[in-house]
Design a protein around this ligand. Structure first.
Ligand code: SAM
Length: 309
């Protein structure tokens, strides 16, 4: 039974990074006339009201996208994203409009000749997704497992496509099934552009990992980096300090910290991107310091690895 609802987190720091990068990649694919396919394996509802409902409870967007909206000298990767969100939300507080999730961004960038397939399993979010996009004939909406359904769509007939994999990681099995399905997708469509998102979470005690091994997000990042030998980019943005890992209590010799009362908390997130646009490297290099400062202040920091042939 799925209980994750993306509306609680819409417009947070993780959304800012993943959505700005998704837009940049789709914009790159638009540079050639030939059609492309976008597969959004975990689509969510598509649009999120920030002023009411779940998003209004923790107001994560206030520490996320809201901090960009009054900035008018951003690097292009962030400026394009911010312009689109500004139009969608309007400038008032609380924002009157709806925050555009990944299917909404895809819709903005899709041309007549392009197609999108969006998977969503949660019944309520799928209903919202259908209400938002069913009249757009370029979209196919499926209430099915997006990871399992991916391979049947690959390779696209145009041999051009972008796969956006954005699980909630509510099911611990997502950490292992995502790379398994990606490996199969890559076998079928090795030239595709793939974007896989992962969270950086403070680890709960009892995760069975030694303290120095890092959390599941870091482990998944390493698995994903090793899965593909072609061009790949890994980007991480941290907006808070990683919580203390179980081990010696900081500053108190001999006192052990079990970590039992520390709920998992997201202190950052990252993405591994296969076959990224070559222009993404410079775009990220100029955007990440800005994002780290706006969204993380003194605790903001970032990493960018660019690897490949
Ligand atoms: N991609 C969305 C965006 O950027 O606006 C947010 C997606 S949210 C992080 C993850 C979504 O995946 C949730 O709405 C959840 O219900 C859905 N989900 C979880 N497991 C899934 C699966 N196996 N297949 C399809 N959807 C799934």
């Amino acid at each position: 039974m799925l209980s994750y609802r993306h509306a609680f987190h819409a417009g947070n720091a993780a959304d800012v990074l993943k959505h700005a990068v998704l837009m940049f990649c789709l914009d790159y694919l638009r540079q050639k006339e030939k059609s492309f396919l976008v597969v959004d394996t975990h689509a969510g509802a598509g649009f999120y009201s920030l002023a009411e409902g779940y998003a209004a409870q923790n107001r994560e967007w206030e520490r996320g996208v809201w901090r960009l909206l009054d900035q008018f000298h951003l690097p292009p990767l962030l400026a394009d994203y911010t312009t689109l969100v500004r139009e969608a939300l309007g400038g008032e507080l609380p924002p009157a409009g709806r925050y555009p999730g990944s299917p909404a961004l895809i819709q903005k960038l899709l041309r007549e000749q392009d197609r999108a397939v969006c998977f969503e399993l949660h019944p309520a979010d799928f209903t919202a997704l259908r209400e938002n996009f069913s009249t757009d004939r370029r979209f196919r909406l499926l209430r099915e497992d997006g990871l399992g359904g991916l391979k049947a769509l690959l390779p696209p007939s145009s041999r051009r496509g972008c796969v956006f994999i954005d699980p909630s990681y509510e099911m611990k099995s997502d950490y292992s099934t995502a790379p398994e399905h990606l490996a199969e997708a890559l076998r079928r469509f090795p030239t595709g552009l793939y974007i896989t998102w992962y969270p950086l979470l403070g680890r709960k005690s009892g995760a069975g990992l030694p303290a120095e091994a890092g959390g599941e997000g870091e482990a998944l990042r390493e698995t994903l980096r090793g899965l593909y030998g072609g061009n790949r980019c890994t980007v991480e943005l941290r907006t808070a300090k990683p919580p203390a890992l179980p081990g010696t209590f900081p500053g108190v010799p001999g006192v052990r910290f079990s970590g039992t009362n520390s709920a998992p908390r997201m202190y950052g997130s990252g993405m591994v991107i296969y076959n990224p646009p070559w222009t993404l490297r410079e775009a990220l290099a100029e955007s990440l310091p800005v994002l780290a400062s706006l969204l993380g202040g003194e605790q903001g920091c970032w990493d960018l690895w660019w690897e490949g042939e």
